[in-house]
Design a protein around this ligand. Sequence first.
Ligand code: ATP
Length: 359
Amino acid sequence: MSQQEYDVVLDQVSKNFGNIVAVDNVSLKVRKGTFLTILGPSGCGKTTTLRLIGGFESPARGRIFIKGQDVTDIPPYKRETNLVFQDLALFPHMNVLNNIGFGLRMKSVSKRQVKEKVQEMLEMVELPNVTYRKTNQLSGGQRQRVALCRALIMEPAVLLLDEPLGALDAKIRKQMQTELKNLQMRLGRTFISVTHDQEEAMTMSDEIAIMNNGRIEQVGAPHSVYERPVSRFVANFLGDCNLIDVEIVESKPEQVVVREPRLGTFFFHPDRNWQNKDGQGHMSMMIRPENITIVQNHRNFENIIIGVIETLAFKGSTTEYVVKADSTEIKLQIQGRSQFRQGDHVSIAWKPEDCYLIP
Ligand code: ATP
């Protein structure tokens, strides 16, 4: 694929503030029409990466391309990007019409045209009746929509969103996640968002880039980074998981056999994408809690551990257990109410395709 087919390309980009390396040799390609989320813990370099794409920071090294054009030395206002800031940065003394229409007015578009366009935008985000209200008279969710309209009205090729839903309470946040994704799909534009909330990233994104310490550790579709993480960091960051240190005893294309001295032998079915084809030595076996079941009949399972239920917690639709086997604690999440009690001896099992081996 040529660079023109990507809306954004970062080529070995680095940025430091004094001796803090905020972004460390990051390369990233974002296809046109993709909703990509940069996900990672506080301070990992997400916002700086976004600001580099928008032109609000200059890289110390590397090049940045937007729609195939090298924009590394081009200022923000000349780039085909628009950034929705974390704090939204709306003008509190101006009404909604003037906030959203501001950019177009600066480009000398007529008042009548601006008003029509603003009304169109407000209808798109289902906020038609707030045109003349001041932005400090709006709810958090409404302000968020106004900020989106203000950025989108300029028709940027790439919309950059810095923690777009950070200020909203949990319920509106969930609703806005779906709305934002629907909006992006309807417009068919490229959105790049930044968050530290893994559930938000999973809900909205076509692709997630997981960042740690200034570096991107993995980029992929939500299910692929969740099920096939390339590192312990990615596995842990994307939700609950069990990581058991194992040693490879046999490695064939269709099956890898591993061993943990006290827990036994386990089987893993690699897929085509598994990196460590001639895997040797020590690895971490990852099993998500929802992929483990409590079984009565051992015969149907290759991966079995016998242990004692240490804790169990009813969560409504699921029950969460911690089963202790030797000194290893294993987390399980099972649908419905429990038939078991604390202290019960149980056999737990998972399928070879439901675990993964991480270097
Ligand atoms: P958060 O989720 O907390 O917003 P982040 O992942 O977006 O964090 P960045 O804001 O990109 O992280 O910051 C990356 C690193 O660079 C941090 O160590 C931060 O303290 C540092 N940093 C960011 N901006 C500046 C600046 N203007 N001056 C000095 N250091 C900075």
